[in-house]
Design a protein around this ligand. Sequence first.
Ligand code: 5GP
Length: 193
Amino acid sequence: MKKLEERILRDGQVLGENILKVDSFLTHQVDFSLMKEVGQIFAEAVKDAGVTKVVTIEASGIAPAVYVSEALNVPMIFAKKAKNITMTEGILTAEVYSFTKQVTSTVSIAGKFLTSDDKVLIIDDFLANGQAAKGLITIIEQAGAQVEAVGIVIEKSFQNGRQVLETAGYRVLSLARIAGFEKGQVVFTEADI
Ligand code: 5GP
């Protein structure tokens, strides 16, 4: 997605060896018009897959996922990271190691929101080593639902997340793919959509 790549080049900040900060349009402040286009592009890419639910993980997956869900006209569910006393029954859980926070946490979705008839599109803001997506896949498959694809806004292709997911048989669709950081500059490789 050309517009996304341009925005990353303009506003993204490279932190250290492998982190990109995009808090001015995706992970903190949200550019809704860019996210709306993100939603439309993902929706177009999966239009023949019969997707019935969009699933993401809080917090930064929510903004793109809600626009994907609007474009597909299906509900969006976000996995919760904190234990919540209002979630009392039928909880599906998975352990996820957070790349940015460097802690493992239990993420959960109430089972009533996923059924064995569901075809799910996973959406996340970043793909690094694939741990967040793997956790979501575990939860979705516990419900007997099917994962149609994993849609990623920004993939860091120099980390092994895509390989992990594709080897396990999942389709990865990324809007921007970063080959690496050279002298603090983002270098892209060809994106999927
Ligand atoms: P993974 O689970 O694929 O290792 O990492 C993906 C998750 O870690 C995403 O949900 C995202 O929140 C976070 N993440 C990974 N890499 C980056 C990054 O370079 N920048 C930001 N802002 N978040 C990242």
